[in-house]
Design a binder for this molecule. Structure first.
Ligand SMILES: [Zn+2]
Length: 403
């Protein structure tokens, strides 16, 4: 049963690719789904580049108000980096680098420390892009600035504003620039803080629990799924590994009968199927758990969560955080884990739905284009990022979540 949050998914369960323009259907979406993969992704690439060119800050007078990756200029920088990685246009990398410099300036004095909303995002992405450009000196400058970021004592633990969001930036640097770019000592101190507060709030009734603004969230943005996702990249002690596994098992055991996940502890409202709250974010975390722990239980739970996303994830919103673009990544992730073509088809189906209909639905007011319409996490910037990412589906990664 559909509600007003999502479109009923009426797309076929599977459509094989057929040679170009053979027996075209009357439905443009179905036609897209029939296209050979390369022809389809060429079209998506073109659409993405057109959004990127419209969005680029150069047209906005080079000023940065909101510097964050979530809704601001750093999100545009990440889109440009992706465009460069897919198409190799050095101009994109140069503009990306300029945007990051402006973000660096705008973020001075900000108390926010995470990758998605704070200074760690600016410094980490700055270092990575400088590294891509072969500018060692600039890379070192950003790394020095990264090293100066101080985490306040009362920082929450979640991903968007908290400790996990800082740690994700550390993993990103170590993964992209090289092992030990950020020392294990620095990361261990933050892991210790997270474990301490997680055990304290769990009160022995479950392995770990956290709070953000007084609520015990479960999702990727503010809760357990996001924190567990980051912890799995850390060098954990054996008992910490058991706590992470136990927390994921606790979530699976207490999910809704529908297979969806509550947005917070004890919530009985089975409504949100977003990356930020609900099955999609949890699914990505479970895919990771299946990879890290090699365990069938997490693989099955990830597939179950993916089923919820297929049925209820065609949201009336466009973005990465709580829209169709983000939900498409669940299928890309499941495809990478299992190699099964049906998951790639599902990712393609959500992507084609956006390509075929998003602009029209947004113009008609049926679909929400985001309060920041070009932003990476809420707007069509995220859609463009997805369009570029499906070019190489084995390398696609949910931005700022999957490494
Ligand atoms: Zn959201």
């Amino acid at each position: 049963m559909a509600d007003d949050r999502y479109f009923p998914n009426e797309m076929p369960d599977y459509i094989p690719e057929t040679p170009h323009s053979q027996s075209p259907a009357s439905d443009s979406l179905i036609n897209l789904l029939h296209l050979p993969y390369k022809i389809l992704t060429d079209r998506l690439n073109k659409a993405a580049l057109s959004i990127k060119d419209t969005e680029t800050w150069v047209a906005k007078g080079n000023r940065v108000g909101d510097f964050s990756l979530y809704t601001g200029a750093l999100g545009t920088a990440l889109l440009l980096l992706k465009a460069y990685q897919v198409n190799g246009d050095k101009n994109d990398l140069a503009i990306c680098s300029d945007i990051i410099k402006a973000c660096d300036y705008a973020s001075r004095g900000s108390g926010r420390v995470t990758f998605i909303c704070g200074q760690a995002g600016v410094c980490a992405l700055g270092a990575v892009v400088a590294n891509h450009s072969g500018d060692d000196q600039l890379c070192r400058q950003y790394l020095t600035r990264f090293g100066e970021i101080k985490l306040p004592k009362d920082l929450p633990d979640e991903l968007l504003y908290g400790r996990a969001g800082f740690l994700w930036a550390c993993s990103f640097l170590n993964n992209t620039i090289g092992k030990d770019t950020i020392s294990s000592t620095r990361m261990r101190a933050v892991v210790d803080e997270i474990m301490k507060s997680g055990r304290h709030l769990a009160k022995g009734r479950r392995p770990l629990m956290f709070e953000w603004h007084g609520k015990k969230y479960w999702g990727a943005a503010h809760g357990l799924a996001g924190i567990m996702n980051v912890l799995m990249d850390m060098d954990l002690k054996p008992n910490e590994v058991e706590h992470v596994k136990g927390t994921l098992r606790y979530m699976i055991k207490n999910r809704f009968p529908s297979g969806n996940y509550p947005s917070s502890e004890g919530s009985e409202t089975d409504r949100l199927v977003h990356w930020c709250h609900g099955a999609p974010g949890v699914a990505l975390t479970l895919v990771k758990a299946a990879k890290v722990f090699g365990s069938e239980e997490f693989l099955q739970a990830a597939i179950d969560a993916g089923e919820v996303v297929w049925n209820r994830g065609l949201l009336k919103r466009v973005g990465i955080c709580h829209g169709i673009s983000g939900n498409a990544y669940v299928f890309l992730s499941l495809y990478q884990l299992t190699g099964k073509p049906e998951f790639l088809y599902r990712a393609k189906a959500f992507t084609c739905f956006l390509h075929d209909r998003a602009q029209t639905l947004i113009s008609a007011g049926v679909m929400h284009g985001g309060d920041r319409p070009y932003s990476l996490f809420e707007g069509i910037g995220g859609m463009a990022y997805l369009f570029l990412d499906v070019t190489e589906p084995s390398n696609a990664r949910f931005p700022a979540y999957e490494l």
